[in-house]
Design a protein around this ligand. Structure first.
Ligand code: NAX
Ligand code: ADP
Length: 492
């Protein structure tokens, strides 16, 4: 099932809809119940009471509901709460009192004074945070981090977001809760997925609240498609498929000293099912697999100018290690209007506006900064917005690579799942370009090829990492593509 990624504004809009339908209180009840279950799980096997910190807004309300459910389940709870500012939070505080749970006033001293606890729930602030932490909340968060940092071993579950962490950015202010785990409510927020913010969250689990899918679709900034959904898009072969119909890929790249990049792309294309893969270069390329074909050209530009676009299932992957002539060659390739992946040296600002519906741009954050004429930090602080802007400026479909990658098309955005930090090594992006070209050559539309190809690559990386960990190479990942394909689509 597709998961959603919401900004803080999206969550506010969703809450307005829930409120108007009389459902907000039920959503808080669901959020609190899910939070109680997640806290029990985090505390499993650890002695002592469960400590819950509640702020004044709806995030605090979730914590108070969780405390009521834990109390009803027979667990000892210690609740420290700020005065309620949200009416539902106030109501849940009264309900907690009505069942005999004492609520202490939140303060740094109260956090420090609690006896050892099995685990903490941080419900001080969620998507409603604005600016740096202030007042008693700042003190409470410092005290909480200090307890965990002093080796108490007390784990912290953040409800929705670690308090103080803005929902929409990948960067993190100096003071936020450092969570052991985070339970995302309704959907993911950008902070759960990207950069330093994601590190403050720890592993993130999702609690889906009963929100009508059409409302979630309307208010979400991006989706995270499931493996089942992506697997269903992958092409299937019939018994009569032959190498000419399985898809042809031409890789155009390489130059002196950069001979490996197109070869890696060729391997990616073969391992992603392309029937015929030819490497075109002015350089003498290595042939890492004898199944690859290779044509050396005296002048790539002159050759491309002579070539007529083929009517058969052909896709291009262009730019890997190609050097300064890449944008001129990319311009010719784009004029053919055939499925094309533009990578590496072909990612240049002068191609702005030239993308078509069958073309994919695959920048990493450095290349994205070049294309957007901004800094890398600006790209990585908000990869969803950066990918959307790239798509608007360049057309076609954009894959902004990273851990995780973002796919942007004219109608929306999606965030990939999985992958492995071991994939931060040379040649990984070349392999992806080859995979994407193979899927385009097999007839997939460019958005689906981008989403499924990025996930295939990430899944292959996860599989290879089980053996190689941080010693992962792009060749190891390519070798796992067949298994990754089966993981997504079932046995082929
Ligand atoms: N659709 C959903 O996903 C639902 C989300 N719920 C919860 O609602 C939360 C959002 O609730 P709210 O919008 O009430 O916001 P929060 O509860 O996150 O925060 C609002 C409160 O924080 C204070 N505050 C803001 N910035 C501060 C700072 N820097 N220092 C100190 N205090 C600060 C405000 O004055 C206000 O009292 C979500 O994170 C989630 O936990 C659920 O309760 C209901 C359904
Ligand atoms: N930490 C990570 N987690 C998941 N995937 C990653 C991570 N680091 C890199 N990758 C993936 O590896 C690839 C690296 O691409 P790129 O930087 O273009 O490599 P190169 O130019 O060396 O081929 C991208 O697809 C990216 O998504």
């Amino acid at each position: 099932m597709t998961e959603h990624v919401f900004t803080a504004a999206g969550i506010r809009a969703l809450d307005v809809r829930l409120d108007a339908a009389g459902l907000l209180e039920l959503a808080m009840e669901e959020a609190g119940r899910a939070s109680a279950a997640a806290l029990l799980d985090l505390a499993a096997g650890r002695p002592g009471p469960l400590a819950l910190l509640a702020g004044g807004g709806a995030n605090g309300g979730d914590a108070l509901v969780a405390a009521r459910h834990l109390h009803a389940a027979g667990r000892e709870v210690q609740v420290l709460a700020a005065p309620g500012t949200h009416p539902l939070t106030q109501r849940n505080r009264e309900r907690l009192a009505a069942v005999g749970v004492e609520v202490q006033r939140l303060s740094a001293a109260a956090v420090r004074a609690l006896p050892p606890v099995a685990a903490w729930a941080d419900g001080l602030l969620g998507t409603g945070v604005s600016g740096e932490l202030r007042g008693e909340l700042a003190g409470a968060v410092q005290a909480l981090n200090a307890r965990a940092g002093q080796g108490s071993g007390e784990p912290v579950l953040a409800l929705d977001l670690p308090s103080g962490l803005p929902a929409d950015r990948a960067s993190a202010p100096p003071l936020t809760v450092q969570a052991t785990r985070t339970l995302a409510l309704s959907g993911y927020k950008p902070a759960h997925l990207f950069g330093e913010a994601a590190e403050r969250c720890g592993p993130v689990a999702l609690a889906r609240l009963a929100v009508p899918p059409a409302w979630a679709d309307a208010e979400a900034k991006a989706t995270r498609p499931s493996d089942t959904e992506l697997g269903a898009w992958l092409p299937r072969r019939t018994a009569s498929t032959h190498k000419g119909t399985a898809g042809r890929v031409w890789v155009v790249g390489g130059s002196a000293g950069m001979e490996g990049a197109p070869a890696m792309a060729g391997v990616g294309a073969l391992r992603a099912g392309a029937g015929l893969v030819t490497l075109h270069s002015e350089a003498e390329l290595p042939l890492p697999m004898p199944e690859l074909m290779r044509t050396r050209h005296a002048d790539l530009g002159a050759w491309l100018a002579r070539e007529q676009p083929r009517p058969d299932a052909l896709a291009l992957a262009l730019g890997m290690g190609l050097g300064p002539q890449a944008p001129a060659l990319a311009r010719v390739a784009l004029s053919w209007n055939i499925p094309t992946v533009l990578d590496a040296d072909a990612l240049q600002p002068e191609l702005s506006g030239l993308g078509h519906s069958r073309c994919l741009w695959t920048p990493h954050p450095g290349e994205a900064a070049r294309l957007l004429e901004c800094t890398v930090a600006e790209v990585t602080a908000d990869p969803l917005s950066a990918a959307a802007t790239l798509q608007q400026r360049y057309g076609g479909v954009v894959v902004l690579k990273g851990g995780p990658s973002v796919v942007a098309w004219a109608g929306g955005l999606s965030v990939s799942r999985g992958g492995h930090p071991g994939m931060a090594s040379a040649g990984m992006g070349d392999t992806l370009a080859g995979i994407l070209a193979a899927l385009l050559a097999a007839g997939m539309d460019s958005r689906q090829a981008a989403q499924a190809g990025v996930r295939l690559h990430a899944r292959a990386g996860e599989r290879a990492a089980q053996r190689f960990g941080y010693g992962l190479s792009a060749s190891d990942v390519a070798a796992e593509l067949g298994g990754a394909w089966a993981d997504l689509s079932g046995p082929v």
